[in-house]
Design a binder for this molecule. Structure first.
Ligand code: GRF
Length: 193
């Protein structure tokens, strides 16, 4: 069965949505391992509560960099857990060749904008500041760039005149939670014989 590995730095609501989809039979997969670069991240609590193996990627003293050695170690841990496809879910470090080479065309990410618009952090705030009428959610393959890989799925979300960063982000997350498991399932079918 398709085994997913999840990397996240924060709340883990997308990881939860993937798990819900698995438990409801909407996604035929299992989560083999959840790793976080932040030992305090709530994603680890959510995973433990559902009996999913977890671990911490200790990148100290680097606050934002993902050192090559740590990427190699991460690839090994995910391989040992039998992971076929890595899903980034709010993971805040840039993945580069040591991890990409271990999982060619098998790392995907979800981003809260219609890429290529508004890559990087706080994409919903960027959208509000730009005054666009529409933003959205993109699921894409990860390459060496920041939020630049080939798009696997996307969905638009209107920006309302009364939107605050919080209300817009909340509506984007509703779409993320539906779109991510759906795209994972569709992409996985293209990987498997
Ligand atoms: C999501 O908005 C996702 O698009 C972005 O980071 C956020 C993670 O949220 N990459 P969560 O940790 O899944 O709740």
């Amino acid at each position: 069965m398709l085994t997913l590995g999840i990397l996240g730095s924060g709340s883990g609501s997308n990881m939860q949505a993937i798990l819900d989809a698995i438990e409801e039979g909407r996604l035929i997969a299992r989560i083999g391992l959840v790793l976080s670069d932040n030992p305090e991240a709530y994603i680890l609590e959510r995973a433990k509560a559902r009996g999913i193996p977890t671990g911490v990627i200790d990148c100290a003293p680097h606050r934002t960099r993902f050192p090559d050695k740590k990427q190699e170690e991460t690839a090994c841990r995910l391989k040992s857990a039998g992971v076929d496809l890595i899903c980034l879910a709010g993971f805040l470090r840039l993945v580069k060749s040591p991890l990409l080479d271990g999982f060619p065309s098998a790392i995907i990410n979800i981003h809260p904008s219609l890429l290529p618009a508004f890559p990087g952090l706080n994409a919903w705030k960027q959208a509000l500041q730009a005054g666009v009428a529409e933003t959205g959610v993109t699921v894409h393959l990860v390459d060496e760039g920041m939020d630049t890989g080939p798009v696997l799925g996307r969905e638009a979300v209107p920006v309302l005149p009364e939107d605050t960063p919080e209300t817009l982000h909340a509506r984007l997350q509703v779409v993320e939670h539906r779109l991510y498991p759906d795209v994972i399932g569709r992409y996985a079918r293209t990987l498997q014989p």
